[in-house]
Design a binder for this molecule. Structure first.
Ligand code: ZN
Length: 172
């Protein structure tokens, strides 16, 4: 149900894109995606303030990551198999180029790097990380795959002047 005020996202709400877009297909333009995200952020910032909106974007990303993991990813793999699979899917879906920089399976600490990130690569430099949605997205994927709650913090971002986004993942 897409119109209800008490709407809760379900994967099926994304629709049958093959049937709905027989000529245009499944791909779009990155600027279109960013136009949606940054216009939404602008309107929400005016209503709720930037700090609150960062939290909301994180929560939305976490919901998206959980559903993405359940509906798209194969959670039966072992950790390294899963990361390799995740790299393939993120590249195929043109979300970003992932690599894992630090893995501590005992302490459940990880550092992930995303190059050519869909949300921020090429943005003007503002001295602030902007990938709150991606932070949540990674947290949601790890939550479903590892079955624990994680905090994800972006420490490097294109918008801060870095060439890649770097995320620290730790147990909540
Ligand atoms: Zn970023």
């Amino acid at each position: 149900m897409l119109t209800k005020s008490d709407y809760t996202f379900q994967w099926e709400d994304l629709g049958d894109i093959t049937e709905g877009r027989p000529n245009l297909g499944n791909l779009t333009n990155v600027a279109t995606y960013r136009l949606m995200q940054y216009s939404m952020r602008s309107v929400l910032n005016n209503h709720f303030g930037g700090e609150e909106v960062k939290k909301l974007f994180y929560q939305a990303g976490e919901l998206a990551g959980m559903e993405f993991c359940k509906n798209v990813l194969n959670c039966e793999l072992d950790f390294y198999g899963f990361i390799s699979h995740l790299q393939d899917v993120l590249r195929e879906m043109k979300i970003g180029i992932l690599r894992i920089e630090k893995t501590d399976l005992v302490g459940m600490n990880f550092t992930l790097v995303v190059a050519e990130d869909l949300d921020c690569s090429g943005l003007p430099i503002t001295d602030e990380t902007v990938c709150d949605y991606d932070e949540g997205f990674i947290a949601g994927i790890f939550k479903i795959f590892i079955q624990k709650d994680f905090n994800v913090k972006e420490i490097d971002c294109w918008s801060k002047g870095d060439r890649v986004c770097r995320f620290e993942v730790s147990l909540r």
